[in-house]
Design a protein around this ligand. Structure first.
Ligand SMILES: [Fe+2]
Length: 431
């Protein structure tokens, strides 16, 4: 099967274009949804002043709204629907068959049901996969003839002629509630990001109610929090990241260091839940507007192959991303200052301190720092190495690095990551 990621011009020019200094300031779109965060987002009685329900209901002229969700998060659908039904007479149809990785057949099934119901408001309720399914199905509702697999990210999506999108996350990590990408999967195992020339997939509204994330098991809290931390670091370090994105990313990193251990320790403590929900949303903003990082390209390949949690995998590769980028930028010093680990006499020492700080944090959450700890067998890694080295550079997240890594450099990263050893930046491979 052919995908847009195989397209010659995008593969050969896409990366350099994103990295190019002279293009970075040509146009800086900054897309964010209207965000509501708090405990009272779904009240059945009107409030003294207009609230989120009133503002969102205004977008629903047909009085028909649609919920895209999964078999877990569907339990929250009555709570979401209730104020819109009672206060604004809006009727709902619900599709609750979203599956992990948003398989293309479920996206098409969802789009068919949306087409029959003709809503002008779509609620995406759930984790990243439910939100990605909703985004892709929304696109098929607006433009039924679109072929998602070959849709170039250079083409505008031209959304919002039929419906607007409200995102309600039930996990705190993917940032999909503010991101401009839908990642969907195909029967041959390919996970494909679908995005437009502008981040049009950024939802119109994001509703963050921490009650929807209460009771998440500790491993999932750590894994999704790890994803948010990786997004924030990627978002800070991405070549395209400007002051707006860096400011948000920095504050997000601080919040995650402060609140994730508490959310991990007690899944029922509502304040850490709320802070992590906000941090995950904030981490999604630079991700949407400045881009991802090579941590995601490295993590996608290995995570997909060995079925390891996305957040766990991408954070594991963050130290290698920081090392690789340090060859051409000292931007990591901003993170060192913020986390209080800068050595004013030596940038390499500052980088080592930063990596140690991140790895200590990972260890405190029982997150693996090496592929070996993550359960990858060396023989399996060796056996698949050629495929891993072929596939990683085709991952669109790879375009967001500072430069194109060579095959030898990539191999060195994967072999070092197996043991959790850091790269030798003085070696022939990295000089
Ligand atoms: Fe991620």
């Amino acid at each position: 099967m052919s995908y847009w990621t195989h397209e010659y011009l995008l593969r050969t020019w896409g990366g350099p274009m994103i990295q190019a200094e002279f293009l970075r300031d040509v146009m800086k779109p900054f897309f964010v949804p209207r965000v509501f965060s708090g405990f009272n987002l779904f009240l059945d009685k009107p409030q003294l002043l207009p609230d989120a329900v009133d503002l969102i209901a205004r977008e629903c002229k047909s009085k028909r709204a649609f919920i895209v969700t999964d078999e877990y998060a569907v339990r929250f659908a009555p709570k979401v629907m209730s104020p819109y039904e009672k206060r604004h007479g809006i009727s709902f149809d619900t599709w609750a068959k979203a599956r992990p990785d948003a398989p293309i057949d479920t996206v098409k099934d969802c789009a068919e049901q949306i087409k029959r119901f003709k809503p002008d408001l779509i609620f995406a309720l759930g984790g990243g996969s439910a939100m990605d399914t909703a985004k892709a199905a929304w696109l098929l509702y607006e433009h039924p003839d679109v072929k998602l697999e070959i849709l170039s990210p250079l083409v505008p999506l031209n959304l919002r002629h039929k419906a607007k999108l409200v995102a309600i996350p039930t996990t705190s990590g993917t940032g999909s509630e503010v991101s401009g990408v839908a990642v969907i999967s195909f029967p041959d195992g390919v996970k494909l990001p679908v995005a437009g020339a502008l981040p049009e997939f950024v939802p119109d509204f994001a509703l963050l109610d921490p009650n929807l994330t209460v009771g998440m098991p500790p491993e999932l809290t750590a894994g999704t929090g790890a994803d948010a931390l990786a997004h924030a670091i990627d978002g800070f370090m991405a070549p395209k990241s400007d002051e707006i994105n860096q400011a948000i990313a920095q504050k997000t990193i601080q919040m995650i260091f402060e609140w994730l251990p508490r959310a991990y320790a007690d899944g029922g403590d509502i304040m850490p839940r709320m802070k992590m929900q906000q941090a995950a949303m904030m981490a999604g903003i630079p991700l949407a507007n400045a881009g991802s990082g090579i941590s995601h390209a490295l993590g996608h390949t290995i995570g997909g192959l060995f079925h390891i949690h996305h957040g766990v995998m991408v954070l594991l590769f963050i130290p290698y991303e920081l090392q690789a980028y340090s060859k051409v930028t000292d931007r990591f010093l901003g993170l060192c200052d913020m986390l209080g680990v800068r050595d004013v006499d030596s940038d390499p020492n500052s980088l080592s301190n930063l990596i140690a700080k991140i790895r200590d944090f990972m260890a405190s959450l029982n997150l693996p720092v090496s592929l070996m700890d993550a359960g990858v067998a060396f023989e399996a890694l060796e056996k698949h190495m050629d495929m891993i080295l072929e596939q990683t550079p085709t991952d669109p997240a790879f375009y967001f690095g500072w430069y194109d890594l060579t095959r030898e450099q990539l191999k060195d990263i994967f072999l070092c990551a197996y043991e959790g050893k850091l790269l030798d930046m003085q070696s022939e491979t990295w000089r």
